[in-house]
Design a binder for this molecule. Structure first.
Ligand SMILES: NC(=O)c1ccc[n+]([C@@H]2O[C@H](COP(=O)([O-])OP(=O)(O)OC[C@H]3O[C@@H](n4cnc5c(N)ncnc54)[C@H](OP(=O)(O)O)[C@@H]3O)[C@@H](O)[C@H]2O)c1
Length: 276
């Protein structure tokens, strides 16, 4: 299995499949999931300050014996840490909990807080100092991105958003393509809601694959990074085993047609644009 990479606009490579870790419990479960994933061949782990598992994630990475430079690590700044000074401190706290010297990708978790431009300035500086290899945002609509970029020196390299066949984010993807922002798919399996999805079953049967594998393959072919979460070895391995088959144009069209702009989580369109 050869992990496929995408390339961010600053030429940093990002593995197209990463392990999600939201709701992977601290104190063992998250550690074991990350250790299992790294053994299975994952080289990209997604965490966040608010998940409460940065210590476990970092420990599993450090214990893996895999060179640090071979693993892409993302964490995120939480809503209560906006503002220039707080953002810098939040970054240092995450770094310390992870027990790492640098982070590959640091994201603003949500465009809440009223001070996202100040936060972004701090993140630009962290990037300039080489403390992070890439900076980006999460749950930003095109309007939030427009607002941020008006005062930004650096265009975000990533926007991590809810993304699955029922929320295919076509307008955002066109916008991100134009600005060379890579989209990452959160809840690609709808937090588990779609693992038995009857609309996807026929395509799964045709390819002798599981429904999650079809959905994740659809992500890959649409050119986004995908972040399936699991704490079970069987699923962790299954979700990575999607690089040796291809969905044809008919399969892709059927999956694309499932879109109904359905949000399982917070709809960021409801988050007001900052007025700084
Ligand atoms: N930026 C944001 O605001 C944001 C929001 C949500 C999520 N995220 C990121 O995106 C990641 C993924 O999203 P998510 O955690 O909502 O969930 P998800 O990946 O859409 O689905 C995870 C659920 O599906 C199950 N599952 C995974 N693979 C499976 C398989 N092959 N067969 C059957 N069941 C399977 C998991 O089971 P088990 O865990 O029991 O094994 C878990 O219950 C998160 O972990 C997080 O890193 C980011």
């Amino acid at each position: 299995m050869i992990m496929k990479n995408l390339v961010l606009h600053n030429d940093v490579a990002i593995p197209q499949i990463g392990l999600g870790s939201w709701q992977a419990m601290p104190g063992g479960e998250a550690y074991d999931a990350v250790a299992t994933a790294l053994r299975a061949g994952y080289r990209h782990i997604d965490t966040a300050a608010i998940y409460g598992n940065e210590e476990d994630v970092g420990q599993a990475i450090r214990d893996s014996g895999i060179p640090r430079g071979d693993i892409f690590v993302t964490t995120k700044l939480w809503n209560t840490d906006h503002g220039y000074g707080r953002a810098k401190q939040a970054f240092l706290d995450s770094l310390q909990r992870l027990g790492l010297d640098y982070i590959d990708l640091y994201l603003i978790h949500f465009p809440f807080g009223g001070r996202i431009c100040e936060t972004w300035k701090a993140m630009e500086e962290l990037y300039g100092e080489g403390r992070v290899r890439a900076i980006g945002v999460s749950n930003f609509t095109t309007e939030h991105l427009d607002y941020l970029m008006r005062g930004a020196a650096i265009t975000p390299m990533v926007d991590q958003v809810e993304y699955h066949p029922y929320l295919s984010q076509d307008p955002l993807q066109r916008y991100c393509d134009e600005h060379r922002i890579v989209i990452e798919a959160w809840s690609p399996l709808g937090s588990g809601r779609f693992v038995e999805d009857t609309n996807v079953r026929a395509i799964a049967v045709k390819h002798h694959r599981s429904i999650p594998q079809i959905i994740l393959r659809w992500d890959i072919q649409r050119g986004v990074v995908t972040l399936p979460k699991s704490v079970h070895q069987q699923y962790i391995e299954e979700n990575l085993d999607i690089l040796d088959f291809r969905l044809d144009a008919t399969d892709m069209a059927s999956l694309n047609a499932l879109n109904r702009d359905w949000h399982t989580g917070t709809n960021p369109e409801l988050i007001p644009i900052d007025q700084e």
